[in-house]
Design a protein around this ligand. Sequence first.
Ligand code: ADP
Ligand code: MG
Length: 351
Amino acid sequence: MLEDKNMIKTPISALGEFGLIKHLTQSFEIKNPTTKTSIGDDCAVIDPDGKKMVVTTDCLAEGVHFNLGYVPLKHLGYKAVVVNLSDVAAMNVKPSQILVSIAVSNRFPVEALDEIYAGIKLACDRYQVDLVGGDTTSSNAGLVINITAIGMEVEEEIVRRSGAKPNDLLVVTGDLGGAYLGLQILEREHAVFLANPNMQPEMEGYDYILERQLKPEARTDVKNILKELGITPTSMIDVSDGLASEVLHLSDQSKVGFRLYEEKLPMDSLTVTTAEEFNLNPVVCAMNGGEDYELLMTIAPSDFEKIKNHPDFSIIGHAVDAEQGNFLVLRGSNELSQITAQGWDAFLNRS
Ligand code: ADP
Ligand code: MG
């Protein structure tokens, strides 16, 4: 990382602004026919070819969204792209272009930016998106990365947060809570390191959740899986802030309530055992943890047979009338716990 003694340090000023942009972006290739003009002009030119364009942007600030003490720069670049592609995937659209803006202080050598861009390139190659522009500026305090992602799709395919109807099934991809527990491990080991730099971090055995935190993937594959199953979700959102908060967004935009079943929440066994190690309720981690970047959607009840045994999806609840509110049905009882974005106090006290 920045303190890495082996890293050769070339000051950014040695390249100059234009030299730096060229240096960072020259290895990127254009893969999509919709990209007509890319880096090097005043604007990129994109041809949506009669489709609608979806656009999203996310800003990540050092010390707020990431800590360079334990997040490798290459992972940071990769994740910064992925979180944006996840938003495009949540509209049921394949992402095709990104723009990357960075504000960086001169304590960063060119080699540090190279690492970030290596991560950005890895994501561009993995997801077949084109880097078509950006901006580079200096910062007095720390590193800021802003990424914009673009996708194009016909109107009938685009899925918003607002289409859920009562009785629709609530479905989530993958498993939840892992990324949050990966962060707990990183923070614990970083604190140990700060107290005693000679101690070796104990990360062994936590690979899956560390990867969920450091190298999350956007579920751009879900669009095709749904297409093959013949399902168009009635509403969709990605799980960036935690299941509870995303359920409330769907509720708010679709004007329905939800019933979720505690026993149906998908969790990896490592997530559960690590939560217990930290004296945390795994359900709280799944509900409030966030950063899982899975997709949460509603589907028509008539699609139940198509999805019920599919390994990529878990049916975790259903939509009800708005007046019935949003509740988690607790395991082994019919007791209801109200879903709120901020708190799970009742849950936190339950062991
Ligand atoms: P302008 O002054 O017109 O904004 P810039 O000199 O900032 O142009 O950028 C020149 C070209 O390089 C533009 O195509 C811009 O989109 C691209 N660019 C600038 N910074 C970055 C970056 N950090 N990553 C990718 N492309 C960039
Ligand atoms: Mg510019």
